[in-house]
Design a protein around this ligand. Structure first.
Ligand code: ATP
Ligand code: MG
Length: 414
């Protein structure tokens, strides 16, 4: 048997309604904040991600699905959403639209990862990008929206960790200090860390190897090196979060997996399993980096599989799959025609209606209706059609009553 590739999942009909529930709630949170949905290609030119995500990131160094297409172009399956959205922003001249531009998306992402709990090779992210404002107010708006998503999904025990990673100006000084700290042990760090030492030593702080983590203890902290502008920005973010009574912790270890972040970075972590569900931050350098005007922006992305897992834990019975409103069981040729017309008309009236399409016996039809949890069953034979009257049964109470075989009468009795 041919099996699905490692790190992918089927989302089955038996669970899709949970996805739809989450998507519906999240969509409303975004739309009420003035965000418009955007969808960008599953594959892009590889250069977009190597430039946009950053040469020294895990994503670019180890995780990209890159291949040459038949025309000899280097193509990569999108590993994250921001680079593609920003490319689209530039390419479609969205800079001329009202500022700030507020976008959201839900898209599948592809990363060649070590498959384990919470780590897939195809996964979905819901994210937002607010482009065109450098104000700390935008950082707080985006953080607040993240919080609201957990709230509307009834998910508790999520903690917010924030940090500032400064701008290229203050980061240069910090990186010198960090290199001085790492240098004496450099030969003991893993190979990946070694490749990052010159270009982007902050990435070394994000290394997941135990021995590197240990040597990183006591490293200088970026917060001590922020320039006045970055420091004011961070103070303003923290002050407004406090005013809004949003609890947060400062975690100087958050450097985020992607290179383009500046100033505020944040993560929402599930206290239950310690997994990061949502990660985001400000990325003032990205639009220019991939060929647009110098434009500040801030956003986040959340892993939907991880979100769904905690959602299930706290909401085991909150939602149920939809069940049939009306099943029309029928026997005989004229009854079949009548039932077919009726279900089609009921569906036009937004009623979930079904009838047999397997040419099965009445008994088998009842069994199917029962198994599918039908709320009402109408049974018709050729006599019922002739008299334009039939019995409709409430499957919950067992009650039976007479109805006319018209959409109006059926709907009035539902
Ligand atoms: P990590 O350091 O854990 O690898 P990251 O920095 O690569 O995280 P982001 O790129 O910021 O993560 O992704 C944002 C969110 O997307 C994560 O918090 C997580 O919920 C989800 N996510 C990232 N990678 C995966 C994956 N391989 N499988 C499932 N979800 C993922
Ligand atoms: Mg990662």
């Amino acid at each position: 048997m041919i099996q699905k590739p490692k790190g992918t999942r089927d989302i089955l009909p038996s669970e899709i309604y949970k996805w739809q529930y989450i998507e519906d709630k999240v969509k409303r949170v975004f739309e009420n904040a003035g965000m418009k949905e955007i969808r960008v290609p599953v594959f892009e030119n590889t250069e977009l991600f190597s430039r946009g995500v950053g040469e020294t990131t895990d994503v670019v160094q180890k995780e990209m699905y890159t291949f040459e297409d038949k025309g000899g172009r280097s193509i990569t399956l999108r590993p994250e959403g921001t680079a593609g959205v920003v490319r689209s922003y530039i390419e479609n001249g969205m800079a001329s639209l009202a500022t700030p531009l507020k976008l959201w998306y839900e898209m599948a992402m592809y990363r060649y990862e070590n498959v384990q709990k919470g780590r897939l090779r195809e996964f979905r992210q819901i994210g937002t990008e607010v482009i065109g404002t450098q104000s700390y107010l935008a950082d707080v708006e985006v953080i607040y929206l993240g919080m609201q998503i957990f709230k509307v999904l009834n998910i508790p025990n999520i903690s917010l960790n924030i940090n500032s990673i400064g701008c290229p100006k203050c980061r240069a000084k910090y990186q010198d200090a960090l290199r001085d700290f790492i240098r004496p042990n450099l030969d003991k760090y893993c190979d990946t860390c070694k490749t990052r030492f010159e270009k982007n030593p902050m990435r070394i702080l994000d290394c997941k190897e135990e021995k590197c983590k240990e040597m990183n203890q006591g490293a200088p902290q970026i917060l001590d090196y922020l320039c006045d502008e970055c420091s004011d920005h961070f103070e303003n973010v923290k002050k407004l979060l406090k005013e809004l009574e949003i609890d947060y912790k400062i975690d100087s270890g958050i450097v985020r997996g992607l290179d383009y972040y500046t100033k505020t970075v944040f993560e929402f972590v599930s206290e239950d399993d310690g997994l990061t569900v949502l990660g985001g931050g400000r990325y003032d350098g990205l639009v220019k980096e991939i060929g647009g005007q110098d434009t500040p922006a801030v956003g986040f992305a959340m892993g939907v599989e991880r979100l769904l897992e905690i959602f299930n834990k706290y909401n085991p019975d909150l939602i149920k799959d939809k069940t049939i409103d009306i099943y029309i069981a029928n026997i005989g040729e004229s009854a079949n025609i009548c039932a077919t017309k009726l279900v089609n008309d009921l569906r036009k009236n937004d009623v979930f209606a079904e009838k047999d399409i397997c040419e099965r016996s009445l008994k088998a039809q009842f069994k199917y209706a029962d198994k599918q949890g039908a709320k009402f069953v109408i049974t018709i034979g050729d006599d019922e059609v002739k008299n334009n009257e039939a019995k409709m049964k409430n499957m919950v109470t067992g009650e039976e009553f007479d109805i006319k075989l018209t959409v109006e009468d059926i709907m009035n009795n539902m």
